[in-house]
Design a protein around this ligand. Structure first.
Ligand SMILES: [Zn+2]
Length: 320
């Protein structure tokens, strides 16, 4: 059976995959030089199943047509590294390597909503906003491996637009990624009323500064995760859902004007709360829709959940 590797920013998960089922599982932390990380992945494969038939790797970055990695934003040193060739040299097995959201979209096409919908966008909600595109039953990786990278669609213009991790302003990810949502929460809650910092200071730095301060003084710190924001269920939480729905709906409205998809499928930790902001996404999509049907498509959560990465990865070599 093939092995699927889901390479996150801080850990690498590996699993023996049988169709849509996960038979064996292991996880290691990612750190060190690229060669050491690649050795560790090869070691993980040998430990899980030394006789495996093939290995697929879902990476937090993009793969060029020649197999070289564009870059891994959260794992330094992988610019231009051919991960597939490096692992083949270590394991002498067929290796597939693909962007993680695109690999998850492959899993969804094979074993999830792909059974009902031929053309859909898989949207990953987390630290960043990623995506994988399936058109007429085929996963599209794009010429340069960037197809479905939806996080950097413009949703706000001008000097006041929030800066994105990519360096540009006004991207969907700047508002709908975790950092943007935490920033919104901190801004609405007004860090001054809780911890005595000056109103008008940068909400992001205020949130981190006051967390230390708050802990020292015995106050509850600000929420640090979307689950904590959801659990708080206060005015800040409502503002976060508003911002998330607006940013996603605005960006996806633009995208669906171009693609006219059958459905949009959300995955990632934030997707567990989809019912809280689904109507807000649709409202913003309606505002952007060229024609009403473009905002009426189903908005769904992934059927595969957290396992989509390893499942999609494992099927990469056969899907080539
Ligand atoms: Zn961006």
């Amino acid at each position: 059976m093939p092995i699927g590797i889901d390479w996150g920013g801080t850990s690498i998960k590996a699993a023996i995959v049988d169709g849509a089922a996960v038979r064996g599982f292991a996880r290691i932390e990612t750190s060190g030089e690229p060669a050491a990380i690649l050795d560790a992945i090869a070691g993980l494969v040998r430990v899980l199943d030394p006789r495996t038939e093939s290995v697929g790797v879902a990476i937090p970055g993009e793969v060029r047509p020649d197999g070289r990695c564009w870059r891994l934003p959260n794992v330094p040193g992988f610019e231009d590294v051919n991960i597939g060739a490096e692992l083949h040299a270590r394991l002498n097995l067929p290796i597939g390597v693909e962007n993680d959201a695109t690999a998850a979209a492959l899993a969804e096409r094979l074993y999830g909503w792909g059974n009902q919908y031929g053309s859909f966008l898989l949207v990953t909600l987390g630290t960043g906003i990623g995506g994988g595109l399936v058109l007429d039953g085929h996963v599209r990786r794009g010429t340069g491996g960037f197809a479905g990278e939806i996080g950097h669609v413009l949703v706000e213009s001008g000097e006041q637009a929030w800066t994105c991790g990519c360096g540009k302003r006004g991207c969907m990810e700047a508002y709908a990624g975790i950092a943007g949502l935490l920033r919104k929460y901190a801004a609405v809650k007004g860090s001054d009323s809780l911890f005595g910092t000056k109103r008008g200071s940068d909400p992001l730095s205020a949130a981190s500064a006051t967390e230390e301060e708050g802990t020292k003084r015995g106050f509850d710190p600000f929420p640090r995760t979307i689950k904590e924001i959801a659990d708080a269920d206060d005015a800040g939480t409502q503002a976060v859902w508003q911002q998330l729905g607006w940013a996603l709906g605005t960006g996806l409205g633009v995208i669906n004007n171009v693609l006219d998809l059958d459905a949009i499928v959300f995955t990632g930790g934030v997707a567990n709360s989809l019912s809280r902001f689904e109507a807000l996404i649709r409202k913003a999509m309606q505002a952007r829709a060229f024609a009403p049907p473009l905002a009426q498509l189903p908005l769904l959560t992934s059927r595969l959940g957290e396992q989509a990465g390893v499942i999609g990865a494992a099927h990469l070599p056969a899907a080539k």
